[in-house]
Write a protein that binds this ligand. Structure first.
Ligand SMILES: NC(=O)c1ccc[n+]([C@@H]2O[C@H](COP(=O)([O-])OP(=O)(O)OC[C@H]3O[C@@H](n4cnc5c(N)ncnc54)[C@H](OP(=O)(O)O)[C@@H]3O)[C@@H](O)[C@H]2O)c1
Length: 316
């Protein structure tokens, strides 16, 4: 049987890379978007079967070119709108031009791409009985988080977008899902870490100092202790292979738990937690947590090494 074609955006790293590899493994013919020739060459060099397509989501012509390339390759069973970015900053200091660009990356570009790919998705619907569209959102739609306002507004937009698109395309059996990841260990957190360090820290009011002091630690913790992207890849693969994909799903377990808890807790409790991050005490608490997690990880590593040595000695 012919492998069904699917497109994953943002496969240069992180979740997109893991999703593309998992779908290839699951028997799909995977196209993956990257932004540079160097990343396209790296994909080819890695011996992956993933076929690179150049795509810059903020550039309408680039979106049109990438979609045209896909349309000329026959039926497309699924598009996974994974590529995305985050720019942490207090909303008070957020440059509107930056917000427009972030919306283009996380919302308008992915919508434009999906619009352009609908003819190829409709072809797949005729060949296979249905077709799929997945948007990658974020757990941030369930949790109020200071500094992540620009990112949160784009991911909240995806909730509305997917709700309407799901209803509009359901009669054609083009099924739309929103998968909202919790904290995964990817480069997005290292980028956030560096971006926070580059923010002007001492404006005249100095109002956000504690928050800006805590943010790099939070980003490093997320990068170090985030979930394995394989869990996200598995969820996407399930959403493509199940007869009834989820309309909206938080992934992995910790995200489902947090989302459920935030539905039960009163907003003022959540707000108090979020606001505490912006205090000196909150920042100190986070640093203490980071040190504790680090010690736990080192102790676990040392115990494992001791067990390995004992096993080696027993074998010798
Ligand atoms: N990791 C998490 O904890 C987490 C949590 C919630 C949601 N998410 C979402 O998961 C998705 C994947 O993120 P990730 O964690 O895997 O981050 P990542 O490692 O930084 O990957 C992001 C991908 O998107 C691409 N990209 C960024 N801006 C783009 C643009 N304007 N046009 C085209 N491609 C662009 C990047 O390409 P370059 O390499 O060229 O920059 C990269 O391939 C994002 O939508 C993110 O919001 C992640």
């Amino acid at each position: 049987m012919m492998r069904r074609q699917v497109l994953v955006t943002g496969v240069s790293s992180g979740l997109g890379r893991a999703i593309a590899a998992e779908l290839d493994e699951a028997g799909f013919d995977v196209w993956g978007t990257v932004r540079t020739e160097a990343d396209a060459a790296a994909l080819r060099r890695d011996g992956d079967r993933i076929r690179p397509v150049l795509l810059e989501l903020t550039d309408p012509e680039s979106v049109e070119r990438a979609a045209g390339r896909l349309r000329s390759s026959g039926p497309l069973y699924a598009v996974i709108n994974n590529a995305g970015a985050a720019v942490p900053t207090p909303l008070e200091h957020a440059d509107p031009a930056m917000i427009t660009e972030l919306l283009a990356t996380n919302v308008v570009g992915p919508l434009r791409l999906t619009q352009e790919l609908l003819p190829a998705l409709r072809q797949a619907r005729h060949s296979y009985g249905d077709a799929r569209v997945i948007f990658v959102g974020s757990l941030i739609t369930a949790v109020p988080l200071p500094l992540f306002g620009p990112y949160a507004l784009t991911k909240h937009a995806l909730v509305g977008l997917t709700d309407s698109l799901r209803a509009e395309l359901a009669p054609e059996r083009i099924r739309v899902s929103l998968i909202e990841p919790g904290v995964f260990a990817t480069r997005i957190w290292l980028r956030a870490h560096d971006q926070v360090l580059r923010l002007p820290r001492h404006r005249s009011d100095d109002r956000y100092r504690a928050l800006l002091d805590a943010a790099p630690t939070v980003a490093l913790l997320a990068h170090r202790y985030g979930a394995d992207p394989a869990a996200m890849a598995a969820a996407v693969a399930r959403a493509l292979t199940r007869s009834a994909p989820p309309a909206r799903q938080f992934v992995p377990g910790h995200a489902r738990l947090v989302a459920a808890a935030t539905r039960l807790l009163p907003t003022r409790v959540l707000d108090a937690g979020a606001a505490a991050l912006g205090t000196d005490r909150g920042a100190a608490g986070l640093r203490a947590l980071a040190r504790r997690l680090l010690r736990l990880r080192r102790a676990r590593g040392a115990r494992q090494a001791a067990r390995d040595r004992a096993r080696e000695a027993a074998r010798a």
